[in-house]
Structure formats: structure tokens, C-alpha cells
Design a protein around this ligand. Sequence first.
Ligand code: PXP
Length: 237
Amino acid sequence: MPSLGVNIDHVATVRQARMTNEPDPIWAAALAELGGADGITLHLREDRRHIQDRDLHLMMQTVAVKLNLELACDDEVLKIACNARPHQATLVPERREEVTTEGGLDVAGSKQRVADATKRLKDAGIVVNLFLDPDPAQIEAGHAVGADAVELHTGAYASAVAQLASPEQLEKLLAAGQLVREAGLTLHAGHGLTYRNVRPIAEMPGMCELNIGHSIISRAIMVGLEQAVRDMKRLIE
Ligand code: PXP
């Protein structure tokens, strides 16, 4: 059974929309843990659009389950990661203008950079996970740079399911998953997974970890909104 890493960046996005102190992703991480999350995932972006340095430092002290820090191969955040020493680091590509992480890391096209980042993180005792498209050339390169795990990008699969498209994207993921396992790497997946499309991914042979954010936080707003309004109404009355 794969473990569930809950990505709490979206809570920080709501906070940053007002530059205030709520909702606090630290609370969200604690509640996710109470709900049974096996891990908490957060992305310290170079532009700090959601998660802040303070969030990482507080979560390092408060999160009891696995902490998975997503980051780009950027000197400043690599330094922060190596000092903070979360359990796992996931190397992702980053572009300032993107709404969310759009594609997998191009490890085949930037082998030395990713190899250097991987070594720095591993030397600090951090497990290294690479966020890759289900592309054999990328997986081969990911293996060559010495990563411990590969998180397959499920974004194209999620879009295909939403558009009721062919099962081609799932087949791609299944083939890529086999390559990851044959290379001796731990298999993870994430991005765009929802309550409707998660099952075939959770059932993939050897799947160890799923990282899910937007769909869980979206549902939380819905299942928790009624109570939040009731609480405010009671105070006003
Ligand atoms: N995995 C990685 C590497 C990501 O960058 C993200 C998005 O931040 C996720 C998983 C979670 O994606 P979603 O919010 O679509 O569930």
C-alpha cells in the first residue's frame, strides 16, 4: 500500500493572498497528520510565492511524520535544505511564470547540475527523489545521477482522465514505473491526483508514495466550510 504525502503548499497560497498569518500551513500539517498522512510535502520556491522559510523551520520542529521538501537545483534553496535536513528532498524544475510545476525535471539535459545537487543533499543525509516525466531517457538519467527515488509526474494522466481520453497515459506510467523499479529506485508519483483518478496510480506495482495536494485541500474547504460558517455565526449572535 503506498504511503500518502499531503502537500500543504495550497494552504500557504491562501495565506499569501492576504500576506497575513492565516491559514497557517503548520496547523494544516498537524491536522493532516491527525488524518493519517504518512508525510507532509512542501515546496520552498525561489520566489517564495507560498511556503516561507519560517514554515520549513517550524515544520522541521513540529512534523512527526516524513517531511518531503520540494526544491529546484538552486544554490540558495539547496543550502537551506542541507541546513534544515528534512527526511527527503524532491528536485523539481521551477519557472517563475508557471502556475504550478508544469513538467518533470530535465535530468537528461542537465545531468551535471542534478548530479551535483543530488550529491549535496545525500551528503547531508537527505533521501533524494527526482520529479520526472514518465520518459525512459529521464529515468535512465535519474538513475545515473545517483538519486534514491523517482516521483513520476502524473499531470498528463490526470488531464487525460478528466477529458475521458485513452488509457495511453496510464500505460506510459506503468511502463515508466517498471523501469524505475528495475533500476532499483523507489517509485513515487504525484501531481493532479484526485479522489476520482487516484486508484489506478495507487494500484501500480511497487508504488511506494503518492504526493497529493490540491484535491485534498479543495475538499477540505468544502467539508470544513459549513462548520466554519456555523462557528462565526454563533460568535456574531
Ligand atoms: N508532487 C510534486 C513534485 C509537485 O510539484 C506537486 C505540486 O506542488 C505535487 C506532487 C502535488 O500536486 P497537486 O497539488 O496537483 O496534488
